[in-house]
Design a protein around this ligand. Structure first.
Ligand SMILES: [Ca+2]
Ligand SMILES: [Ca+2]
Length: 131
């Protein structure tokens, strides 16, 4: 009987342990595709330029942007310049989280979309895939 109880506890701890591991967050690859025009029908940048793509991810640990910065307005360098698609690797994801897709500009960065996304989804003018 005692053996059975010990075994039951062992199973319980194993289950609890795996649940904790899932909550603890992990690094993922985030792929982004952005529509050719802004919501107002204009090009993302002057002279018909494409967006300069960066992302920010808000998790319980705070906000982090890729490739740099801690806020959407702080990003100075895009990951992909003048491009409509971009891949970010090593992105820290921990639920609940929110992804913001940004076109980096000299004056004020344009927002392409924001929201929660697991798997594939559309956030505003951006298609986002997390895996
Ligand atoms: Ca712009
Ligand atoms: Ca830009």
């Amino acid at each position: 009987m005692k053996k059975v109880i010990v075994l039951a506890f062992a199973v319980l701890f194993a289950v609890a342990g795996s649940a904790l591991a899932e909550e603890a967050g992990s690094t993922k690859t985030v792929s982004v595709k952005i529509q050719e025009k802004k919501a107002n029908g204009k090009a993302w940048d002057a002279f018909g330029g494409g967006p300069d793509i960066a992302i920010c991810v808000k998790t319980p640990k705070g906000k982090k942007c890729y490739p740099d910065g801690n806020d959407t307005m702080e990003i100075l360098e895009p990951q992909c310049r003048d491009a409509f698609s971009c891949v970010f690797t090593g992105v820290y994801i921990e639920a609940p989280y929110e992804i913001t897709v940004v076109d980096v500009d000299l004056a004020a960065n344009d927002m392409a979309g924001t929201g929660a996304c697991s798997g594939k989804c559309t956030l505003g003018l951006a298609e986002v895939e997390v895996k």
